[in-house]
Design a protein around this ligand. Structure first.
Ligand SMILES: Nc1nc2c(ncn2[C@@H]2O[C@H](COP(=O)(O)OP(=O)(O)OP(=O)(O)O)[C@@H](O)[C@H]2O)c(=O)[nH]1
Ligand SMILES: [Zn+2]
Length: 365
């Protein structure tokens, strides 16, 4: 089986970075010390070469991850080895903080890349979640995370069929929560909006879908993929196989071109390093704050505060200001951690391209 790598996102820009005597391959899945990759001549299971092992021992962020482009080197013994991870254009990084551990935090200083080279980040938020409406705060949080990864967020208000009246008003509220971000309603059940989501992938782009459990992510991926690649909740519950089904297919090529990365890690991603992302998702408040009388205005009781004025006039919803304060506190806390700062520096070499891309065309597919 041979693959057209351009359909998997391979570009001339990346080709320029390929070391001599190697062939490119996209990482579909990783497994301690080895990866499943897709090269032009087929799929391979490859072990990491000495260079990758050395680099990742020093910094786990250097470990290959799903979505990476890798350089494979042919060994005399007749197999490929993963020789190098090519520079990433975008990356979802989980900080060295596990919120599941005792006390809620365990700062081990070990960053981990969950997915790389993701062009589009679909933020799925159901229009109705049991009896609750779409959660705007969660959208803000995931959009911030999306910007921080370097990908372009697109908000999908899923299960739009559950919202009979007022869908337009809901979409307006979501647009306020995510300025500069495309917002669409999707019903995988009826197929509404699904072709539009596929269009974003433009034949060779890579996307992830973030969102709470039950948002309809698997159902949407199935609708995009056109065949039952992943089983939805009911099926999984029935056969008791848990989430294994998605683990086996982490990089999913779509029939119309483009790819979706769906991994348990990406599904569980919450709020990690969102420093820059907060500024982007709250660009309206940042703009207001720049007009405050005092440069270091805390927007609490200072005279000449443009933020408070907007709050009073109703231009700025109070919920949104609170959401901004909360995310800023978390981002500040993350930034105060030395290891988080270090990790950022190590990553900056991978991220500069990203920022340029973000500046040049952040909203359109
Ligand atoms: N009414 C309606 N229900 C939907 C739609 N999409 C998905 N569902 C249902 O919502 C439930 C959850 O869908 P999933 O696709 O499993 O959600 P998920 O986001 O993948 O959830 P996790 O795997 O837990 O992260 C299932 O019962 C689906 O049948 C939709 O467009 N409309
Ligand atoms: Zn102010």
């Amino acid at each position: 089986m041979s693959y057209d790598l351009s359909l998997l996102g391979w570009t001339d820009l990346r080709a320029a970075e390929l070391p001599a005597d190697t062939v490119p391959a996209r990482v579909a899945r990783v497994d301690r010390g080895a990866a499943e990759v897709i090269a032009a001549d087929g799929q391979h299971h490859v072990k990491y070469g000495a260079r990758v092992r050395r680099a990742s021992a020093a910094d786990p962020v250097a470990l290959p991850c799903v979505g990476d482009w890798a350089a494979l080197r042919w060994l005399p013994e007749g197999r490929y080895e993963l020789d190098e991870v090519l520079p990433r254009t975008t990356a979802f990084i989980r900080g060295g903080v596990s919120r599941d551990s005792v006390g809620g935090l365990s700062g081990d200083g070990q960053g981990q890349v969950l997915a790389a080279n993701v062009d589009l980040v679909f933020v799925a938020e159901p229009s109705m979640h049991s009896t609750d409406f779409a959660d705007l705060g969660r959208i803000e949080r995931l959009v911030a995370l999306a910007w921080e990864s370097g990908g372009t967020p697109v908000v999908l208000v899923t299960k739009s069929d559950l919202f009979e009246n007022g869908l337009d008003e809901l979409l307006d509220d979501v647009r306020v929560a995510a300025p500069g971000v495309d917002v669409h309603a999707v019903s995988s059940l009826h197929g509404d909006g699904v072709p539009l989501v596929a269009d974003y992938l433009g034949g060779s782009r890579t996307a992830v879908i973030l969102g709470p459990s039950g948002a309809g992510k698997s159902t949407l991926v199935n609708a995009l993929a056109g065949d039952p690649l992943m089983e939805t909740q009911q099926v999984r519950a029935a056969d008791g196989r848990g989430r294994h089904t998605t683990v086996h297919r982490e990089l999913i090529p779509l029939p119309a071109g483009g790819l979706i990365i769906d991994t348990p890690g990406i599904r569980r991603i919450g709020l990690y390093d969102i420093g820059d992302g907060v500024d982007l998702v709250f660009s309206d408040i940042e703009a207001l704050a720049s007009r405050c009388h005092f440069g270091d205005c805390g927007h609490s009781s200072e005279p000449g505060c443009a933020v408070l004025a907007a709050l009073e006039s109703g231009e700025l919803p109070e919920r949104r200001l609170e959401s901004w304060r909360k995310l800023q506190r978390e981002a500040a806390w993350m930034a105060s951690r030395t290891d988080a700062r270090l990790r950022k520096e190590q990553l900056s070499r991978w991220k500069f391209i990203t920022k340029e891309m973000r500046r040049s065309g952040r909203n359109r597919p």
